[in-house]
Design a protein around this ligand. Sequence first.
Ligand code: SF4
Ligand code: SF4
Length: 246
Amino acid sequence: MMEKLKLGVFELTGCGGCALNVLFLYERLFDLLEFYDIGEFHMASSAHEEGHYDVGIVTGTVSTHRDLELLKNARNRSDYLIALGTCATHGSVQASVELPLREKLKAVYGDEGNPMKALDSKPAVEYVAVDLAIPGCPYDKEELYQALMNIARGADPVRPDYPVCVECKLNEYECVLVKRNLPCLGPITLGGCNAACIKSGLGCIGCRGPLPGEVNPAGEYEILKGLGYNEDYIVRKFKTFARWEP
Ligand code: SF4
Ligand code: SF4
């Protein structure tokens, strides 16, 4: 019988959706437990094991000093660290706000108004190197499942490197940008969600973050302007999940 790998889920500041989404694997979570023992997963278990982890998962942003300590600790103790969800990979909504968190606290509570020792929210990947980033708000459960299965088998997880549009074409979904003039960010957003929103008739709001490499946000900006969306609306849309200038 193969020895199981030690898995830890470390939760930083976020809505909790990415940790909860692990539980939404339902019966497939039990498939994973054939290969993994959980040593830390605040939302699901009272286990709190010190020491080495084969695989660590971090969700959420670094928004407090406690987050930063937890993240560094997880990095130091994990052979393989996964940044899971857009909070961890790109900062998501709380890192995209116009006014940084510390300034907000100061505006409301004055100079002493930071009892939580809040930091300006940043993605985990800005503080530590990770071995795999799985974005999404929340991420696609299948992507996490396949990644953990591959790691358990000693294989490198699949890393999508194409825009959401590719998945629309593969699924033969009608283009909501061209056909319905919806403000869809699919052309400049990293795929891997199987175009979930377009399947439901909605435009992509960019929750998996910008597609790295040769992408043309200025072109997307011009298309949306041409469709009648105003500049402020477009800029806000671009910045919802990542600090990304059109
Ligand atoms: S990425 Fe989205 S779902 Fe995940 S913790 Fe952050 S806000 Fe919640
Ligand atoms: S279509 Fe866009 S907003 Fe929807 S899940 Fe995929 S990346 Fe996120």
